[in-house]
Write a new protein. Structure first.
Ligand code: F6P
Length: 487
């Protein structure tokens, strides 16, 4: 058996690392957004590997016709293959099953007195999800056959739950590691899914040799869900599930940031110019920042409610603090996201209507995707509010402290996987408790200089301790151990 380093490596994910857009008749690559892409891009620069992803833009579709190709974007090189999936099928897979069923289930976003309600629409979405997973399996099996030997495939996230098992059926020699980037729901919640779907999803994932999670609690939930499957042995202490004569290892690998690349980007000219504008418009006030996708699970509304309560209960902050919400549009095809975005805008306006006076506006909400602007804000914040209801990890909680230059305080939800690593240096909050969050903001704003500096230094040390490539390396090493273990 070839050691891990010599195996050909493939990555499979719904969203690829770059998206191609037509500019002046040319297809120009732009780095994809979101935590998965950010985390994997840096790791793979070292290990190499071909990335197989769905074509999301018209530009991607045009490139899909070429088969595998290489591209460079923002200083990084990629070996890519995009799959041009029939648009209606893709829509039902991505916005239907992945984003409206699985995302809602694993983030506990259903309001159980009304949703979910599974019927013909879910059947259509589920059929498309299965078909897209099969398309990925066909493509990867062909890649594996062409590569020869026993390549390793790293399957990413909830869009491709069925892929590990489908791939194993088609290419027996591949070694498969699946990584789950989001929370994994506990058994009670998972049982809301139709039984056949729940079992197929777990069976699909258990086709992998190894399944990685961002935090221990998600791995524990997964093990508890597997214990409900018939004829399945779950060894919680060893982190192993045995089913159909095969063993799958369950491990925890929190994703890391690329602190060096981030520092380079944050030191760029445009970031500096944006920083100067920010400084001027903030006029020496304390800055509370949040930077998120416009996403239901990020808890934007309770964030504004907590800030409102801070201003009500601690009026000394009126006129002396500014709350900047950098929110980039996301999943606008999903009705719940459109409604949520409107509600967030209204909530920001209502805080402003209540407290603004003179030239002071308490909240600024920027609804756009401009990462350099976010970097400028990271450098300048005094308090970073990361209060998701629930989150697999949350990269903002790592990126902010890596870049910040003012010993900013992190107010962090205990619902984020990152709280396991960073909680002791942050002020942690229950994301549902607006009063606790308001008090944490007050404490952060009032914190003595020495305590701020000590906490910020500890956060910085923690988020920069591990190089991003370790995340992939550790998975490949564990995959190798499973591969050589007698079955
Ligand atoms: O892990 C969750 C994730 O896939 C992240 O990579 C990303 O931040 C987010 O969901 C957005 O995903 P998308 O925009 O591809 O739906």
């Amino acid at each position: 058996m070839a050691p891990a380093r010599e195996r050909r490596l493939f990555v499979a994910s719904n969203r690829g690392p770059v998206a191609f857009e037509e500019v002046d008749g040319e297809l120009v690559p732009r780095r994809g957004s979101g935590g998965l892409v950010t985390g994997l891009t840096s790791a793979l620069q070292e290990t190499g590997g071909r990335w197989v992803a769905a074509a999301l833009t018209e530009g991607d579709r045009a490139r899909a016709a070429e088969g595998a190709f290489t591209a460079e974007a923002e200083g990084a090189a990629y070996d890519l293959r995009y799959l041009a999936i029939e648009p209606e099928r893709f829509e039902n897979h991505y916005n239907g099953f992945a984003n409206r069923v699985l995302w809602f289930c694993h983030h506990y976003l259903w309001d159980l007195w009304r949703t979910p309600s599974f019927g013909p629409e879910t059947e259509r979405w589920w059929a498309a999800y299965r078909a897209v997973n099969a398309e990925f399996a066909d493509a990867l099996a062909a890649e594996a056959a062409a590569a020869g030997g026993a390549p390793a495939v790293l399957v990413q996230d909830y869009h491709l739950c069925l892929l590990p098992a489908l791939l194993r059926e088609r290419a027996r020699r591949v070694r498969v590691a699946a990584f789950w980037h989001i929370p994994f729901a506990g058994p009670t919640h998972l049982h809301a899914l139709p039984d056949a779907i729940r079992e197929a999803l777990l069976d699909g994932l258990l086709g992998a040799d190894l399944i990685g999670f961002q935090a221990r609690r998600w791995a524990d939930n997964f093990l508890a869900c597997c214990a409900d499957l018939p004829e399945t042995d779950v060894d919680r202490a060893a982190g192993a599930v045995r089913r159909d004569g095969r063993t799958t290892l369950i491990r925890v690998y929190p994703i890391q940031i690329d602190a060096e690349a981030l520092a380079r980007e944050a030191g760029g000219e445009r970031v500096a110019a944006l920083g100067a504008d920010l400084e001027a418009s903030t006029e020496g006030r304390s800055l509370i920042l949040r930077a998120d996708r416009m996403e239901l699970s990020k808890n934007v509304l309770r964030g504004f409610a907590a800030y409102d309560l801070l201003l009500e209960r601690h009026p000394q902050w009126r006129g002396r603090v500014r709350f900047l919400a950098q929110l980039y549009p996301s999943r606008e095809a999903v009705p719940e996201y459109r409604t949520y975005a409107r509600e967030c805008l209204a909530a920001a306006e209502s805080v402003n209507a209540r407290y603004a006076h003179g030239d002071w506006q308490p909240v600024d909400l920027a609804l756009r995707d401009d990462y350099e602007e976010v970097l400028a804000c990271y450098r300048r914040y005094d308090v970073l509010l990361v209060n998701p209801v629930i989150d697999g990890l949350n990269l903002v909680a790592k990126e902010g402290p890596a870049v910040n230059e003012r010993d900013g305080v992190l107010v962090l939800s205990r619902g984020a996987g990152a709280a396991d690593e960073l909680g002791e240096h942050a002020l942690t909050v229950n994301p549902f408790d607006i009063a606790e969050t308001a008090e944490a903001l007050h404490r952060a704003l009032s914190m003595p200089r020495a305590e701020r500096a000590a906490r910020a230094a500890a956060l910085r040390a923690s988020v920069t301790a591990t190089p991003p490539a370790d995340w992939v390396r550790r998975q490949l090493d564990d995959l190798e151990r499973v591969a050589s273990a007698p079955d």
